[in-house]
Ligand binder design. Structure first.
Ligand code: 3UK
Length: 525
């Protein structure tokens, strides 16, 4: 295979990466393993049974690519994916890339109106979904003004993707591409307005795999990676797919929700060597371990990201399991972690130091770089960052500035070079590592006939992790009681993605406001 190669020069730090002029990233991630003799090695263990070898993976990727070609989907057209963590996620993602289409994995926890927006915004040519999500996907397809030409379930009858690939050709030439051409998108949420399609190039997954997974995590071919964070998040996409594929290692996929029970079962059964979680899950797992201690044989690394890992969780996890958790900050726009603790260099409560290959700057309000220990706006630069948001030049211009990415976070760097998270510059909340806009919850509350006004802010729970807290002003004559509080929580759970409901709800007479009528959230916090 002469084309589509990437050369890695490990004599420099960070490793030098040189891409062939014609570079389709499916070749080094999928096809390379056949040339390197890993055809029989397990690429994927599925928690629902079954394993997929590198040989079968490459075959199914080709078959899906051929099906997409046969449907007449043109180069660069989007293929939306609403797919659970299972081998078919890999097949569609890599099949699309190899055939020159642009896969767009969506958060499967979202609701019909979110999917409707993404179908319209992406103007996708195809949508592939797991039957489990039909109740939200199908109403979205009915309501949308843009009808994707091809809609397919992953499994089911003869119209499903898995039936389609039965008769597809097992060989596929990689579509022409280059290191900087559009490869895939991930949607990233914003405070106000809708989420933005973050456009990633072919080179980007190579960069995160090399700079973070190989150089910081020390990923090896004999590793087994298990990510509690789902593949549709940039964090999970790296942990549970691109990293193990890059190293020729193996991944374990858990299709269902990650609970202490379900993750412990996977860890005990498959003995992963690297576990990737989020602080909220580590806190819940610790609680479960206190009642029911377990020993995780084979586990050599644990990673946390999505929101800051409290030092207390770090210490208790180390005490209970003997494994330290590496906290690192990443983002959808940067694709993966760019500041991280190291196995031999951890400062609990901090995000660690810059990952070689990335640069960071902290700016004051005037846009000047801060060199001392004061906090400011964190900007980062690196070869894995998205070049633009889809169809959104304003947001692109505001966020991606001269090669620098505005993270939207306030950070300070201490005298030893460790970065410390101080909060967001906007009102966005991270709940269990997942974005949550207070405005969206407020809008849902206000839809309720008994609610006049609502304001939502973040509040720390017992584990020192932020969850939404709502303040509600009721309409005249409505009685505030426990039952109404429960009714409003249910109203949120039924209309929003499940993780977005307020964990606390207080009834108030009025909301603190500025002279211009803007809610003063800081007073509620
Ligand atoms: C926050 C953190 C403190 C921070 C992500 C690893 O979370 C990821 O991507 P998102 O786009 O959110 C990015 C924002 O989340 N954040 C993430 N990690 C930390 N804050 N400490 C942390 N360790 O506000 C950041 O701007 O959902 C994480 C890898 C890939 C990712 N996409």
């Amino acid at each position: 295979m002469q084309d589509h190669t990437v050369t890695i020069d490990n004599s420099t730090s960070p490793a030098g990466l040189a891409f062939a002029d014609n570079f389709n990233v499916a070749v080094p991630f999928i096809d390379r393993h056949l040339d390197e003799g890993r055809g029989d090695k397990t690429a994927i263990f599925s928690a629902t049974g079954g394993r997929v070898s590198y040989g079968e993976l490459a075959l199914n990727v080709n078959k899906v690519g051929n099906c997409l070609n046969a449907m007449g989907i043109a180069a660069g057209e989007r293929v939306l994916m609403i797919i659970k963590d299972a081998p078919e996620f890999y097949y569609v993602f890599w099949g699309a890339i190899k055939a020159g289409k642009v896969p767009v994995p969506l958060n499967t926890l979202l609701r019909a109106k979110d999917f409707q927006y993404m179908i319209e915004d992406s103007a996708c040519a195809a949508l592939v979904y797991s039957p489990e999500f039909a109740d939200e996907v199908e109403p979205a397809l009915k309501a949308t003004s843009h009808k994707p030409v091809h809609v397919m379930r992953t499994t089911g009858d003869e119209t499903s993707l898995l039936s389609c690939i039965k008769n597809a050709s097992p060989t596929l030439e990689p579509a022409p591409a280059s290191a900087s051409s559009d490869c895939f998108w991930l949607y990233s949420s914003g405070t106000t307005g809708r989420s933005k399609g973050t456009v990633h190039a072919h080179a980007n997954m190579v960069v995160t795999s090399q700079y973070y997974a190989m150089d910081i995590l020390g990923l090896r071919e004999d590793d087994v990676c298990f990510s509690a964070a789902k593949l549709f998040f940039a964090y999970g996409l790296g942990n549970g797919m691109t990293f193990p594929l890059w190293a020729g290692a193996s991944a374990v996929l858990l299709p269902g929700p990650p609970t202490p029970q379900s993750t412990f079962e996977v860890i005990e059964r498959f003995k992963p060597s690297i576990f990737f979680g989020v602080p909220t899950l580590y806190a819940a797992q610790l609680q479960a371990l206190e009642a029911d201690p377990r020993h995780f044989a084979g586990l050599r690394r644990c990673v946390s990201a999505g929101e800051a890992l409290p030092g207390d969780i770090y210490r208790r996890w180390l005490e209970k399991t003997g494994v330290s958790i590496l906290d690192g900050i990443g983002s959808t726009e940067a694709l993966h972690i760019f500041i991280s603790n190291r196995t031999d260099d951890i400062k609990p409560g901090s995000s660690g130091k810059i990952v070689p290959g990335y640069e960071a700057r902290i700016l004051d309000d005037a846009g000047e770089e801060i060199t001392g220990e004061q906090s400011g706006r964190l900007m980062i630069k690196g070869a894995s960052t998205a070049g633009r948001y889809w169809n959104n030049p304003e947001k692109t211009a505001a966020t991606m500035i001269g090669g620098w990415l505005d993270t939207g976070d306030t950070y300070f760097r201490d005298a030893e070079g460790y970065y410390h998270f101080c909060g967001r510059n906007d009102d966005m909340l991270k709940v269990g590592g997942i974005w949550c806009s207070p405005f969206e919850i407020e809008a849902r509350l206000i839809e309720h006939p008994k609610v006049l006004e609502a304001a939502v802010v973040g509040r720390a729970d017992d584990a020192n992790l932020v969850k939404p807290a709502a303040f509600v002003v009721l309409r005249d004559g409505v009685e505030a009681d426990e039952q109404l509080s429960e009714e409003l929580m249910q109203h949120c759970k039924s209309g929003l993605a499940k993780y977005k409901y307020p964990r606390w709800l207080s009834f108030v007479e009025d909301l603190p406001k500025t002279a211009t009528g803007k809610v003063q959230r800081f007073k509620l916090r």
